[in-house]
Design a protein around this ligand. Structure first.
Ligand code: ADP
Length: 253
């Protein structure tokens, strides 16, 4: 039996007279990678930020790790890890300095080298944030979500703009974080990524959840409904060609 770690019931968010989230309900299970997908403007970030305690909701009920969002936001904050936008980092500080800074804010004792090892950045420990490549910055920002040893981490489009090698390296990192028992909520516009990574996904559109299931089940349902691709699918795609030609190892180092 899966244990529910996040429960969202009839969540509504209005911005003035505009309704961005229109009464959505879903559960996230402990230890899963849960994807929130949907076109721009669907309401994903709003939903994510409400769960992260960063944005007020209009109505509905959210429970995270047994705490009610209205009554116990402080306890929820202690149990979740949230990714900052890259503008949240002081560019002139080194990775170790930034980790000490965040650890101080969270009142946590952390071993920066151990944390950087997890995300394969030990070699860059004393480099400045601004000297990192895009993939390294993303790996570092995932590391910072782990500082307070959270039960759940929220990742908002963590692989946007990365090359195929760096994306794959991030997928491995996210899987390894999950394998240590952390629940992961992720948004992405890459369907191959959602298919690779997510145990279950919720597809949002215009403030509503229009489908919620495993990627496999969603694909099977579509195929069983008689759907056919306009173009015959080949055994490999262009990304496979790219990886085959250029190799799997990351280039940024
Ligand atoms: P997504 O992350 O799926 O792209 P968002 O949650 O960012 O969607 O936005 C959902 C809708 O709410 C969009 O139409 C957006 O313009 C609107 N919206 C988001 N934030 C605000 C805000 N602070 N004030 C007014 N409208 C907003």
């Amino acid at each position: 039996m899966m244990k529910t770690i996040i429960s969202v019931k009839n969540l509504v968010k209005n911005y003035g007279s505009f309704s961005a989230v229109k009464g959505i309900s879903f559960d996230v299970y402990e230890g899963e990678i849960f994807g929130l997908l949907g076109p721009n403007g669907a309401g994903k970030s709003t939903t994510l930020e409400i769960m992260e305690t960063l944005r007020d909701k209009t109505s509905g009920e959210v429970n995270i790790c047994g705490y009610n969002l209205d009554k116990d936001p402080d306890n929820i904050k202690k149990l979740i890890g949230v990714q900052l936008q890259s503008s949240g980092y002081y560019p002139g500080l080194t990775l170790v300095e930034l980790i000490h800074l965040f650890a101080g804010l969270y009142n946590q004792d952390v071993d920066p080298k151990a944390l950087l090892k997890m995300v394969n950045l030990v070699d860059k420990a004393n480099n400045k944030y601004k000297e990192m490549s895009g993939g390294q910055k993303q790996r570092f920002s995932i590391a910072t979500t782990l500082i307070n040893k959270p039960k759940i981490i929220f990742l908002d489009e963590p692989t946007t703009g990365l090359d195929p090698q760096a994306r794959r390296s991030l997928w491995e990192l996210i899987k390894s974080i999950r394998s240590q028992g952390t629940t992961v909520i992720i948004t992405t516009h890459y369907m191959d990524e959602a298919e690779q990574l997510c145990d279950r996904i919720a597809i949002m559109d215009e403030g509503k959840i229009i489908s919620l299931d495993s990627p496999d089940k969603m694909i099977d349902d579509l195929v069983n409904s008689g759907f056919e691709r306009p173009k015959q699918v080949k055994a490999a795609n262009l990304e496979d060609v790219f990886i085959h030609l250029t190799g799997k190892e990351i280039r940024e180092e």
